[in-house]
Design a protein around this ligand. Structure first.
Ligand code: SF4
Length: 435
């Protein structure tokens, strides 16, 4: 019944470690050692592994991973729509899926999604805990029952907001946006009503027991993450991070795998500090960040504001980027928004992987550039991060210049034939070669 962390600490290489090593072209001993040190996690519920899960790793020695959030809201969506969104996310290259549903039959939605999900699958169990119930009415029994039920369904990682403490709440007074995390806000309301400590903090050892039993990875949630750039890196955020650091150590001690969730909304110049302080406080546990969004004034374009922050975050220390869709702050995303969010975050992750010199990261860029230089449109489009969109745009452009066969076009509508430097360059190279 041991976890990946416990097995790695014992020096053994699991099938999942082997798979991660093979996928990332690394030595299995190195992957095992990183798991043992808590710097790399393989979120893989033993029960999901028995069905359709293909394990992946999250950690600094690996390619930066991308998560897509889906899920119903209490006013919108259906199981069919959520399945469509999950498929769109996986097709666009999402490495993991989180089901954040808060409306409808949550057990059924989760089950339907999990049976179709070969990627690690995460949830925020506190959402189900308060469904059809006032937050004031929840107790430890209800929480444990819900978490155990989701564990048995095969969920691979849980966001647990155990780091928000009662004593952190006065620190929020000077904030512009207060608490923007749903889990954080609900738990704060409970603590104020009962005048007691966060139940998730109080029952943390029990939670570790369930997580270890199924080998579910903790994703220690940042319930006090900044919800606007004016609140970034404030006292409340750092106080919670310190508690998360303490919990990271306790969970790892209990044999559980842990990653840590981070902001949110952060000005570009504060991202490096935010990444470094997490690594310092949380003993290098993989950092999973939401964006971060680097400006608040672009609703409709937050896949872009978050991609800008995501590249910096992954360059300076994050291992895992949660996507943001263009619909962020505006409404529940549909499948097209999900697709746009995943692609934007994949670009952010890949740009960071190139910049931090990850072995082989720039190889695809090289292949595409060679194809571009040779006017080899087929390879050019196939190697792109979003071949569907690239192909559609190129096809439209070909129509404009009257080129019937796409691969034969030796220029495009951007500059025109006489001005196409790629075509001219190709001629120059051939002439030099013939001489
Ligand atoms: S026409 Fe301009 S944009 Fe198009 S392939 Fe040639 S150089 Fe590139």
């Amino acid at each position: 019944m041991a976890t990946q962390l416990q097995i790695a600490r014992a020096g053994t290489i699991t099938d999942e470690v082997k798979l991660v090593a093979r996928t990332e072209s690394l030595d299995a001993d190195l992957v095992r050692d990183e798991v043992a040190a808590g710097r790399l996690v393989i979120p893989a519920n033993k029960l999901h592994l028995k069905t359709n899960l293909r394990a992946i790793g999250i950690g600094r020695i690996l390619a930066t991973k991308v998560n897509a959030n889906i899920g119903t809201s209490s006013v919108s969506s259906s199981i069919e729509a959520e399945i469509e969104k999950m498929e769109a996310a996986l097709e666009a290259g999402a490495d993991t899926i989180m089901d954040l549903s808060t409306g409808g039959n949550l057990d059924n939605i989760r089950e339907q999604l999990l049976t179709r999900c070969p990627a690690p699958f995460g949830t925020v169990p506190i959402y189900q805990v308060i469904q059809d119930r006032n937050v004031e009415d929840i107790d430890e029994k209800i929480i444990l029952r819900t978490i155990e039920k989701q564990a048995r369904q095969g969920v691979d990682f849980f966001t647990i907001h155990a780091g928000v403490l009662k004593e952190h709440l006065p620190l929020l007074e000077s904030r512009v946006a207060g608490i923007v995390s749903r889990g954080g806000a609900l738990l704060a309301k409970w603590m104020l009503y009962h005048n007691k400590q966060n139940p998730l903090y109080e029952m943390f050892d029990d939670l570790c027991g369930i997580m270890a039993k199924y080998d579910i990875c903790f994703s220690l949630g940042d319930g006090l993450r900044p919800g606007c750039i004016a609140d970034a890196t404030d006292q409340a955020q750092i106080a919670e991070l310190k508690t998360i650091g303490e919990l990271t150590g306790r969970a790892q001690e209990a044999g559980c795998q842990v990653m840590v969730e981070g902001p949110g909304h952060v000005p570009f110049d504060q991202i490096q500090y935010n990444m470094e302080i997490e690594q310092q406080i949380c003993n290098d546990a993989p950092f999973y960040v939401l964006g971060p969004v680097v400006t608040d004034i672009a609703p409709g374009y937050d896949h872009i504001t978050s991609a800008i922050g995501g590249t910096a975050a992954a360059f300076y220390g994050a291992s895992f980027l949660c996507y943001v869709t263009p619909k962020e702050h505006l409404g529940l995303p549909n499948a097209e928004d999900v697709r746009a969010g995943v692609i934007a975050t994949k670009i952010a992750a890949h740009a960071a992987d190139i910049a931090r010199g990850l072995k082989g990261a720039a190889e695809r860029d090289r292949l595409l550039s060679i194809a571009r230089t040779n006017l080899d449109w087929k390879t050019h489009l196939a190697e792109s991060l979003d071949p569907k969109t690239a192909e559609r745009m190129h096809r439209d452009a070909c129509k404009e210049i009257g080129a019937d066969e796409l691969p034969s076009a030796d220029y495009c509508s951007m500059c025109g034939r006489q001005w196409c430097s790629v075509r001219i360059n190709k001629e120059i190279r051939e002439k030099i070669k013939n001489k």
